[in-house]
Design a protein. Sequence first.
Length: 342
Amino acid sequence: MSSENIILTSKRLITPPEEVYNIEVKDNHNYLANGILVHNCDESALIEDEVFRTKIMRMLGDSDDSKLIQIGNAIKMNHFRDSWNDPNYFKIKISWEQCVKEGRLTQTFIDEQKYLLTPDEFKMWYSAEFVENPEDTLIRNEWIQNAINKKIEGKREKIHIGADIASGGMDFTVVTVVEETEEGKYKVLEIHKKDYADTMKTAEFIISIVEKYQDNSPIIKVDACGVGKGVYDRIKEQKYNVKGIVGGSSPNRETKRFLNVKAQNYFNLRRLFEEGIISIPNNPELYTQLRKMTYEKTIGDKIKIIDPEDKSPDFSDSLNLAVSEPSGGTISVFTKGLSLPK
């Protein structure tokens, strides 16, 4: 089927010859009808990514000619936006101009909405266009695109290893290895994902990665909250150069600007992308999570990081830990036959 964007130019009311029932499958709220997956909801954009990915998409395999039809507004940078950009989809766009032309909305109403809404809000709700970089975007899309496979030159000075520990459910333990040059530039060398539930096994896996870089005195930074505290303790017992990062602790600088260490460190990561001094691999999971990170101001006018609604940003958090500032949220540091880096 063609993937070109088209404008729907005609409509007609169909009166059913008999009673029509709205049915659903409990919990999933969807069903298959003649090979078409029907999902009862207000709109596709409001379905959580995890539900869309793990429950809806897998049902397309029930039939060779299954079709997925999504209807929604351009209000979220989630699976609905990804589908709109996917050339495999046939797309129909209906904007406010067409609604006014057909008499479904008045120009007076549209003018009122332009006055009441921000430009971005109007663009999403009435122009049916996705806002690539909403005002609350943490890391702009063009910054991320620029960083993918970016060439970073310079002599290696340090190796940073960030470990975001799975807390259960759909979470993963993600370990990111980052090289820092003498010029203060960063390059992601490796990204590993595991679904280990055992603290000891997770710690040993991280240590196996650390051993590959022992000649470079790697600095391990572990999310030491919850389950991560046990992993941190195990690595600490082995006398490796490890730091426990507690994202919810108070920032050690700009205390009036940031709510906690997580916000402080994420704005440091944001700076690396904005200044173009970081290189990341073309990893879809990392890219998607970085795109979804947002922030807001608290009542006390402090910056707070907002995680995506659908899933813990394991890849993004792991990278953030790896490049986190040396003294942010540290529990303690232990070494294994190594001097601490300055």
